[in-house]
Design a protein around this ligand. Structure first.
Ligand code: TYD
Length: 203
């Protein structure tokens, strides 16, 4: 389904490197939409399903072989689309995702796969969002935030890797459904930027 195809729901995706505040802002956006009377479904990738669990474990224990890792993310997403994303959109709900296939373009792209090819593979089965918010922050500040929340950077969060991922995310800038959100400033300031971008899509 292309981004211009009419469907009953609204599909919003938040992307960006680790430490940009995606999860917090996704949650706040969901609360705001609920207060406006919209039924919002909040979800994330990797999911809590079997494939998602395997890749999440690998962040701590050592990354999987590149081909396996890519395949696991695709399997996880296929299940997510079938079980949650597509039915929720068809039911007219707002779906808010914390990460989606743009993360595969960025992170598995940074491991050597062609981001354009990853995108093509995903768009064969994964609906294109109505709005893609790229939560942007320089890598030093992102790593500082990861440290400040008491986490140590895991295998996915190495500086050089994040630089490359950020570059791939920002390469999407300019496409009609993409908005880059500056995540510097307070949570309230960033939330206001997110609401402003989403507000245009609410009828
Ligand atoms: P993350 O959002 O950090 O999950 P959690 O907070 O539960 O650990 O996702 C874990 C990592 O997975 C993150 O560093 C990015 C990576 N990732 C990919 O490499 N490819 C993908 O397709 C997705 C969805 C995530």
């Amino acid at each position: 389904m292309s981004s211009t195809t009419k469907r009953p729901g609204l599909f919003i995706v938040l992307e960006g490197i680790d430490g940009t505040g995606k999860s917090t802002q996704a949650k706040r956006l969901g609360e705001w939409l609920a207060a406006l009377g919209r039924e919002a479904v909040l979800s994330r990738e990797p999911t809590a399903g079997p494939w998602g669990r395997k890749v999440r474990e690998s962040a701590a224990t050592g990354r999987l072989a590149p081909e396996d890792e890519l395949q696991y993310f695709l399997n996880d997403r296929r299940q997510h689309v079938e079980e949650l994303i597509a039915p929720s959109l068809a039911a007219g709900k707002v779906v808010i995702l914390d990460r989606y296939y743009f993360s595969t373009m960025a992170y598995q792209g940074a491991r050597g796969f062609d981001p354009a090819e990853i995108r093509r593979q995903n768009e064969e089965f994964a609906p294109v969002p109505d709005l893609l918010l790229i939560m942007d922050l320089d890598v030093d500040s992102a790593l500082e935030r990861i440290g400040a929340r008491g986490d140590t950077a895991n295998e996915f969060e190495k500086r050089e890797n994040l630089e490359h991922c950020r570059e791939i995310f920002l390469s999407l800038k300019g496409e009609g459904f993409v908005r880059v959100i500056d995540t510097r400033g307070t949570l309230d300031e960033v939330a206001a930027r997110v609401r402003e971008a989403v507000g245009r899509h609410l009828v």
